[in-house]
Design a protein around this ligand. Structure first.
Ligand SMILES: [Zn+2]
Length: 253
């Protein structure tokens, strides 16, 4: 068992196996080494393409990407889904900006879940802020966050702005409003039994299990305080900027 070639071959071969559910770690809790190893596995299984080919050293460990190294992701296949930029800053891009590999794992898992592991059959995700932010030091510029703007599904297109943020809110008193009054704590304004309501509910709860949420073991729901931001986020100052997308992140800095 001390044969270095044998160990190297085994290490190299281990990257061909997709991660198993029984040793699942939420994307935001992964170490940089774990995230790098999972990202390499996704590349070898055609769930992800990085800006450069993955390479391996003599010991069977990847030499690209290195642990802690950020990478640009090709947009035509992230977890089997086409990621289409929905922002002026990224219009025409074929790759994301440089992404932390924990965020890359989050994006691949979101794609696999929405395309293969749920009824939604998502083919396209519209995104913003993947490796591009207002400046290079914010969480989007550092590749730590994703803005989810909408998706093409088996049930049609769902757009966070049109099908959520611009939808009327039924208040506790039965009246409707266009925006949350400051004295009302928000809740999910959509009916989960409608297609759009069910879809955004599924996306939110998937993200609550994989992305940085509320710092507790109890997963948030839509309307609760969370690092996941959406049209029904409780903080009014944050809410006004999240009427057209769901923000999620693996770390804030
Ligand atoms: Zn964001």
């Amino acid at each position: 068992m001390n044969d270095p070639d044998w160990a190297a071959k085994n290490r190299r071969a281990s990257y061909n196996m997709m991660p198993r559910v029984e040793n699942w770690t939420a994307a935001y809790k992964l170490s940089q080494e774990e995230a790098r190893d999972i990202a390499v596995t996704y590349v070898l299984n055609n769930y992800l393409t990085l800006e450069k080919p993955v390479t391996f050293g003599q010991d069977g460990a990847p030499t690209y990407p290195k642990v802690g190294e950020r990478a640009r992701l090709k947009l035509d296949n992230i977890g089997g889904v086409r990621f289409v930029p929905d922002s002026k800053a990224a219009a025409g891009w074929t790759m994301t900006g440089a992404m932390d590999l924990r965020t890359a794992v989050l994006a691949v898992r979101l794609g696999i879940y929405l395309r293969e592991e749920s009824k939604w059959g998502v083919s396209t995700i519209y995104w913003g802020g993947m490796g591009v932010g207002r400046d290079e030091n914010d969480r989007h510029g550092k590749g730590l966050a994703i803005d989810f703007h909408g998706a093409l599904t088996n049930f049609g297109k769902f757009d966070v702005a049109a099908n959520w943020g611009q939808q009327p809110i039924t208040l506790p008193n039965g009246k409707t409003a266009k925006a949350w009054p400051l004295n009302v704590m928000p809740y999910f304004r959509l009916d989960v039994d409608t297609p759009a309501g069910g879809f955004f509910y599924a996306v939110y709860h998937f993200l609550a299990g994989e992305a940085s949420d509320n710092g507790t073991n109890k997963e948030s729901s839509i309307g609760d305080r969370s690092q996941i931001l959406c049209p029904d986020t409780p903080d009014p100052g944050l809410r006004m900027y999240h009427q057209d997308h769901i923000h999620c992140e693996v770390a804030s800095s």
